[in-house]
Design a protein around this ligand. Structure first.
Ligand code: MN
Length: 355
């Protein structure tokens, strides 16, 4: 079933339609990225409504099962379809429609608005399962990041600043075909590596530092996410010990990424191991998350989340240990849930590398 068909299945009857106004969800269903329009999905048709600025591109690049409609006034065009299709109720996205927009929809649209029908939540659930095309785009984004990082590693040496590494990596991601960076790149070193989401600054890399790269790029709208921690020059016994615990935790979580297991099983595999080694209080975030048109999507890979893993999900496996004032280690791959086993999307090695 296509994404559109899955949503049409969710509509209770022919007099109910779904009005999709968030940019990312509109892109998801139509394959076309634009602003200021809407997607209207009825039981039998998916309409992409856009103004003259986008019409030519929309007709060229929207999916075949989407009917492109040009509008002058958006609400008038929606009302015409409502009338033509005898639509009585419109589901709207409860998580993204603002109160101001809702009020404007109420005064302008000639159908009952359903704001508590769970449309956003349903779309999040549909988006969890990726098609092979989506997985191909995520994989391409991952390859771009890996190529950029591999080249960047030639420039990592004592004396370079975190910011210089971040700027150079962003440049390389563009050079190798990334549309943009997937999030503000994390290229941090030394004691800053104990900050899970540290911001690259003026700190100068030194011999004996850990250096953490939490990085990703975007290809055709799809994101990639990867973290590698390297040592510069040499690593102390304590650095090696912590690295190995995180690496083993990462592998234990990966083993649990199997169709039918829950995301809690995956999180607990990493968390229990880190706790057994005495570092539980230094692993304060979830083990992973879904990745797709957004960098963080459902499911959440955490002990309190009971989502059952299904074919086609793409999730991250990223345990870490962060020792305040000393250093931190995180190792992250994206994994495709497929058949009875998981397949990492990363090709870069994970054993401790001394640069
Ligand atoms: Mn991540």
């Amino acid at each position: 079933m296509t994404a559109i068909q899955k949503l049409q299945d969710f509509l209770p009857d022919h007099t109910t339609a779904a009005l999709i106004t968030s940019e990312v969800n509109a892109r998801y269903f139509t394959g076309f990225n634009y602003t200021d329009g809407a997607v209207l999905i009825t039981k039998d048709t998916a309409y992409l409504l856009c103004d003259f600025r986008y019409i030519e591109a929309a007709e060229k690049s929207a999916r075949e099962d989407v009917t492109v409609v040009q509008f002058r006034r958006l609400y008038e065009a929606i009302n015409e379809i409502i009338l033509q299709k005898n639509i009585k109720s419109l589901m709207i996205e409860e998580e993204s429609v603002t109160i101001a927009t809702l009020s404007s929809m109420r005064s302008n649209l000639s159908a009952e608005l359903l704001s508590d029908c769970g449309l956003s939540a349903k779309i999040r659930a549909i988006r969890m399962i990726k098609t092979s095309d989506e997985i191909a785009d995520i994989t391409r984004a991952q390859r771009i990041t890996e190529r950029a990082l591999t080249e960047l590693l030639n420039h990592v040496r004592p004396g370079v600043t975190e910011r210089e590494l971040s700027v150079e990596l962003e440049h390389l991601i563009h050079v190798y075909g990334g549309e943009r960076i997937a999030f503000e790149l994390i290229t941090i070193a030394g004691a800053n590596t104990s900050l899970p989401h540290g911001v690259p600054g003026d700190y100068t890399v030194r011999e004996g530092d850990f250096i953490t790269f939490d990085i990703g790029s975007v290809y055709n709208g799809y994101h990639s996410d990867m973290t590698r921690t390297y040592a510069v020059g040499h690593a102390t016994d304590k650095m090696r010990e912590i690295y190995d615990i995180v690496y083993q935790a990462h592998l234990k979580a990966a083993e649990k990424i199997v169709v039918g297991n829950t995301t809690a099983d995956v999180d607990l595999a990493a968390r229990d191991y880190i706790e057994s080694k005495g570092y539980g209080e230094y692993f304060g975030h979830s083990t992973g998350h879904g990745v797709g048109l957004e960098i963080h999507e459902d499911p959440r890979v955490y002990k309190t989340d009971s989502t059952v893993l299904m074919d086609g999900m793409v999730i991250t496996d990223e345990p870490g240990i962060y020792l305040p004032g000393e250093f931190g280690v995180r190792i992250e791959d994206m994994v495709v849930v497929s058949g009875q086993k998981s397949a990492s999307l990363a090709e870069l090695p994970k054993e401790l590398l001394i640069l």
